[in-house]
Write a new protein. Structure first.
Length: 352
């Protein structure tokens, strides 16, 4: 790493650097988290320690090979055609993999990266335009009036609601959902989210994820995705994500197997139901199953915020099996440090 520490065209907040020490000294002015990352990145260690989000289990620290992080950055650059001198905005926390990888991409690919505070409306605190950025859905939602200043945007960390998808269709920004996890060094697949209203692409086509270079996919006996990405992982990664394989590099994501609800012998995927419900519910929400004497599990809806009427009959595609049997309102959802909803802990707040 130290023989050629970063791309000659790399800039951070408009500044160029001759040495890694110079970069580390400058990064101290931005944040302690970024400085620590650069110190670790330019060290002799082959690994970077990263904290998982904890959205589907207890948060843990894992080691990622720097070589694999570089490979991931190169794959993103190739897929999105982001070459040297790409202007990019980092508006996510660098305590976690998504933010760290924006730094790695900039270092490896020679980007001009601006770092700003991690806020819900990032484009309010900069008036510049960018070739590329990454946001969570809430940041995108709050930036709709100015998002045209970003040419290509990846969105991760949570599912993008149907309501938000409809709002972004006619925007000039190319917006993509990402599929990945800390263990895969962020995304290994992406799908386009907008630009379909005046397109011949069908609803089926736009729901497919396409893998990045050097990633192959399969299913296990549970119909869960198995990822073989030798450039970013030493082993195959067996996920709990139920998928439909479309082709050798495309798949449709159906939901998490650990979220599946068995209600009266009918298997329900909460994520599929949530996508439908997002058409009529503007607050944050999720559906889950609770024990029921006659059904085994009963589908219920948990909504964040003040109580208001929800009329399920407005959604024609919602079957009777997918219609929640009860609705509960919670003042505030319990979140992980990366703002993902902790479903089980939030459910504990509900008086069932």
């Amino acid at each position: 790493m130290n023989n050629n520490p970063f791309h000659i065209d790399f800039k951070l907040n408009g500044n160029s650097f001759s040495t890694s020490d110079e970069l580390i000294l400058f990064s101290k002015e931005i944040s302690g988290s970024i400085k620590k990352f650069f110190v670790d990145w330019f060290s002799d260690s082959e690994f970077i320690e990263v904290q998982t989000s904890g959205s589907t289990g207890k948060s843990k620290t894992i080691q990622l090979k720097k070589e694999f992080m570089i490979n991931s950055a190169l794959a993103t650059g190739t897929f999105f055609n982001l070459k040297e001198n790409t202007t990019a905005l980092l508006c996510m926390s660098t305590d976690f993999i998504a933010g760290k990888m924006m730094l790695v991409r900039a270092l490896v690919l020679g980007w001009n990266l601006d770092v700003i505070a991690t806020v819900s409306n990032p484009l309010e605190i900069t008036n510049k335009s960018y070739d590329f950025s990454a946001m969570v859905p809430m940041q995108l939602e709050n930036s709709l009036s100015q998002i045209d200043r970003v040419q290509k945007l990846i969105v991760g960390g949570a599912m993008v609601s149907e309501e938000l998808v409809s709002k972004i269709q006619n925007l000039s920004t190319n917006i993509f959902a990402t599929f990945g996890m800390t263990e895969t060094i962020t995304h290994v697949a992406v799908k386009q989210l907008n630009g379909f209203k005046n397109s011949t692409s069908s609803e089926v086509e736009k729901s497919h994820f396409t893998t990045l270079p050097n990633v192959s996919i399969a299913k296990d006996t549970r119909n869960c995705l198995v990822i073989n990405a030798p450039k970013v992982s030493d082993t195959k990664i067996v996920t709990n994500d139920v998928v439909k394989i479309i082709s050798k590099n495309k798949f449709k994501w159906l939901g998490r197997i650990d979220h599946v609800i068995n209600s009266g012998g009918i298997k329900l995927h909460p994520e599929k139901i949530e996508k439908k419900l997002s058409k009529i519910i503007s607050q944050r929400f999720f559906v889950t199953g609770i024990k029921d004497t006659s059904l085994g599990e009963k589908l219920i809806l948990i909504v964040e915020g003040k109580k208001k009427p929800i009329i399920f009959s407005k959604i024609k595609s919602l079957s009777r099996f997918e219609t929640p049997k009860e609705i509960y309102f919670v003042d505030t959802f319990i979140e992980t440090t990366t703002k993902k909803i902790q479903r089980k802990k939030t459910l504990d707040l509900v008086s069932l």
